[in-house]
Design a protein around this ligand. Sequence first.
Ligand SMILES: [Zn+2]
Length: 431
Amino acid sequence: MFDLIIRNANLPDGRQGFDIGLKDGIIATVEKRIDAVADEEIDATGRLASPPFCDPHFHMDATLSLGMPRMNVSGTLLEGIALWGELRPLLTKEALVERALRYCDLAVSQGLLFIRSHVDTSDPRLVTAEALIEVRERVAPYITLQLVAFPQDGYYRAPEGEASLKRALDMGLDIVGGIPHFERTMDDGRRSLEALCRIAAERGLPVDIHCDETDDPMSRHIETLAAETVRHGLQGRVAGSHLTSMHSMDNYYVSKLIPLMAEAEINVIPNPLINIMLQGRHDTYPKRRGMTRVRELMAAGLNVSFGQDCTMDPWYSMGSADMLEVGHMAIHVAQMGGIEDKKKIFDALTVNSARTMGLEGYGLEVGCKADLIVLQAADVIEALRLKPTRLAVVKGGKVISRSAPRIGELFLDGRPVSIDPGRDYVPKEPS
Ligand SMILES: [Zn+2]
């Protein structure tokens, strides 16, 4: 007897037509045909079942604030930061909680159940931290929300940057953040990383740094971050978010840098949508792409996971809580269009992110937590191509969201009467 059985599902590793039995909050069995009954059954009809998506880099304090108090006219990162600075004094806890909860509703419907959000600690009122801690509690039954203490205006550059960040950690934020390239000088950036890694080591916390989010090839804070990670024994618990300067670095220097990052087991978090939108802004033509070196970092054995970063906020007017949109952009910007490439990109939205976030019991193996999604697509490659409807979202063995499949009706003489984009166009031999 199971609580829920998903019938006839395809699995991310390519196995087809499996039943998944969920009981007492865990995946109890995955087999060809479960001869048992359940309180509830979902017929996946040969569609993909996957663990839920994870977003390891987001800003939930800013999301859905588009147009408040005005729009970003230049569309640049620096105007975005300035605009957020205008909005910040106007923020109230109630409004922050309301926007974050609305975003989480959307995330659930998109099968996105694990989110790491940076929380700006620059304003000493720390209304952002207060609000997001409340949101973390309220969404805990359906979304795992990790909170990074993020000194947006600089750990040293903001008047009370140091004290505010520490107080935010005292309040219960989970992870130490930083922004070394935004400090006044390269040397302040280096010192900030030394201080932040020390704080993390003393408090037993992970680290997640907005690192080198610039086109300046001399922005080399990732080198310091890797060295401080090793110095404090934080291997595997430190993330370098963005790392866009690596795009523009000298190849010889990168050939030394990537092994240092591998030694430190840095988790790499590119944000393809934001990187392609915000980087290269000072270029005329040719214009750089500004995403870090995904293929090379993966080849060196580094754990790469993609973040969404922003949805409808001062930095990015688009976004829809859809991690497949992020993966779709990653394929294009990294030029990773091969079959094996795409499988790696899907992993970067799921299992790699789970590793970055230190999630336990994540996956579709027996014994994992009973969290999964069913998509209107046959396999992971089709999922990336189509960004399909999430037909069912399951958390702890319970269905928490359902969406009807997208079926187009046609009224054309001699042509099919309906189109299911997730079934009728699956390539016989994927290429
Ligand atoms: Zn960010």
